[in-house]
Design a protein around this ligand. Structure first.
Ligand SMILES: [Zn+2]
Length: 250
């Protein structure tokens, strides 16, 4: 067994060395090609802006995720062409969103009031709780229009390597909800990762012998996917968690 592990590690290190060497080679090639076409000054500071006010705005936009300097400059120049009133309104909307937005006291979803519109909606099944990692997941599931229960936003998942433990998450409130509310079913809609599974395991242990049903969203081959390209774990789970055809094909 030790021999197998040693062989695996040796093979892994060897492969890693080859990959790193090839990356370094391509990187140095790329650098030299850049230096051929650009002067050193251009290479270090490629964007010279004529105004510090413009530069500040570009820096502010490029601090947003997914926005590079060029995109930031395009957005800022677009704003510069707008009426002063329109740009002021734009600034006020962003500022008001940051200061006035609330988090639902029950489920931690984003809300305009103390209780979010989903928790306050009597038409929804309040005995059904879907546990998600973040607000983006609530928006994604709501977009399917297939879920009529409520949510509970954890604010992350247990990940010791990233310094996220159970105490950093909205788990205690979930346990209290299960104890106080007549919860029929708890649905875990967390990413199928080791961290996701650890979080499910922890919460399950925490709620103990609760009478509510505990489920997780289905895992397996994606719709439109091809079996031969699926990884072994996904395919194995798909077979283990197979469904009766009349439940799946309607
Ligand atoms: Zn809520």
């Amino acid at each position: 067994m030790t021999l197998i592990v040693d062989c695996f590690l040796a093979h892994f290190h060897c492969s890693l060395f080859i990959v790193i060497s090839s990356l370094s080679f391509h990187h140095s090639q790329l650098q030299s090609s850049l230096f051929i076409h650009l002067s050193p000054a251009t290479y270090i500071c490629s964007m010279q802006l004529p105004s510090s006010l413009l530069e500040n705005a570009v820096n502010a936009f490029s601090a947003l995720p997914g926005i590079g300097k060029k995109t930031a400059l395009r957005l800022v120049l677009h704003l510069l062409k707008q009426d002063v009133g329109e740009v002021q309104h734009f600034g006020e909307v962003i500022s008001k969103m940051r200061t006035d937005i609330k988090f639902c006291q029950r489920c931690a979803n984003i809300s305009d009031a103390d209780i979010c519109s989903i928790c306050a909606n009597k038409m929804r099944n309040q005995q059904l709780i879907c546990v998600v990692e973040n607000i983006r997941d609530v928006i994604a599931i709501e977009s399917t229009q297939q879920f009529n229960g409520t949510y509970h936003v954890l604010g992350g998942i247990i990940s010791p390597l990233d310094g996220v433990g159970p105490n950093e998450l909205n788990i205690e409130n979930l346990v209290m909800r299960i104890q106080k509310e007549e919860v029929e079913e708890l649905i875990f809609a967390l990413n199928p990762t080791i961290q996701g599974d650890t979080t499910i395991y922890y919460i399950q242990k925490k709620i103990g012998q609760s009478t509510c049903k505990v489920t997780t969203i289905a895992r397996g081959i994606a719709f439109g996917g091809e079996l031969e390209y699926a990884d072994e774990m996904t395919l194995a789970r798909s077979i283990t968690n197979r469904l009766p055809v009349n439940q799946y094909v309607k």
